[in-house]
Design a protein around this ligand. Structure first.
Ligand SMILES: [Zn+2]
Length: 309
């Protein structure tokens, strides 16, 4: 089974470093530290030979954009004896656009290049995306509306109103994703938001007070009118685009007849193993595409196909 993307086992987040302000200061001024930039929610990449690589900054380069020091650096962790610190580059900083064009730096969505990056870089970039998104959306206290300040090397925000003082922690939203089978066929559907021709497993967010199994049963029935049994956990996939954790399951259909909710799903079909292999289906003209390789949807489908090899 393939390991999840964006979750390298070679990374140590070193949560124990976060409250040591002196150590974090030292890391931030260390010339060897790699700074992971995010700009307008996107990542920076550069061409290296024939490959696309993640673009990191060192302390000297950072001074170009932030001569007064960086605001709210996020200590992301350590890999191969190198410290990684996340930064959100101010999108109104005029120097960055010029610097990017002079250095042929590509600004784009991590999902475009993620599968080709090395595991450690892709994981730090995705972690930083999730963290900087959370920072942007938690500048003010959700309880009293006062400004939050950042502590624990970027992993906690605390309300500045002494009477409130509420701590806020990074959020991740659980979502179930499931491959539904009926004997040797599986159910795939497409949302209008999907890339053209792509069919994928069904997914949805878990609601408060709901178990994962209940969320799965509810989502599948709402979207395609199919009841399921024998729910089995597969694997998970962090998906900080911007803040999800995908929990993958297999489930078996009780009924094959579908009642599609066209407000949510544009189209759905049962696919045989031959149809999955050939990417052709009698009801889809011009063939179809499977989900992107870095997604858990694809791992669920590949796992299913491999059972028949
Ligand atoms: Zn507050």
């Amino acid at each position: 089974m393939h390991q999840p993307f964006y979750a390298s086992s070679q990374i140590n987040r070193h949560g124990d470093f976060r409250s040591d302000k002196e150590l974090i200061e030292k890391i931030i001024s260390d010339k060897k530290t790699k700074f992971v930039p995010v700009l307008k929610g996107k990542n920076l990449f550069k061409q290296s030979n024939n490959n696309i690589e993640a673009c990191f900054f060192n302390t000297e380069q950072l001074k170009i954009f932030n001569p007064n020091g960086i605001e709210n650096p996020i200590f992301l962790g350590v890999a191969n004896n190198t410290n990684y610190v996340g930064i959100d580059i101010d999108e109104h900083n005029s120097k960055i656009d010029l610097w990017c064009s002079e250095n042929s730096v590509i600004i784009d969505d991590l999902r475009k290049y993620g599968p080709t990056l090395n595991d450690i870089d892709a994981s730090f970039l995705s972690l930083n995306n999730g963290m900087t998104f959370w920072h942007k959306n938690h500048q003010f206290c959700g309880s009293c509306g006062s400004k939050n300040f950042t502590t624990e090397a970027g992993f906690v925000k605390v309300c500045s109103n002494i009477k409130c003082g509420k701590s806020h922690f990074p959020r991740t939203d659980p979502a179930i994703i499931t491959l539904i089978s009926s004997e040797d066929k599986v159910l795939l559907g497409r949302s209008p938001r999907f890339p053209e021709g792509m069919y994928s497993t069904l997914a949805g967010f878990v609601e408060p007070g709901e178990s994962l199994e209940q969320a799965l049963e509810r989502e599948v029935f709402e979207e395609v009118g199919v009841k399921v049994k024998n729910i089995r956990y597969f694997n998970s996939q962090p998906w900080p685009f911007p803040a999800s954790l995908m929990l993958g399951f297999f489930a078996e259909a009780i009924n094959e007849d579908m009642n599609i909710d066209y407000d949510e799903i544009e189209d759905a079909h049962w696919f045989s193993i031959e149809e999955l292999r050939s990417l052709k289906h009698p009801s889809i003209s011009g063939g179809f595409k499977l989900p992107r390789v870095d997604s858990i949807a694809r791992r669920l489908v590949d796992n299913w196909i491999n059972k028949f090899n």
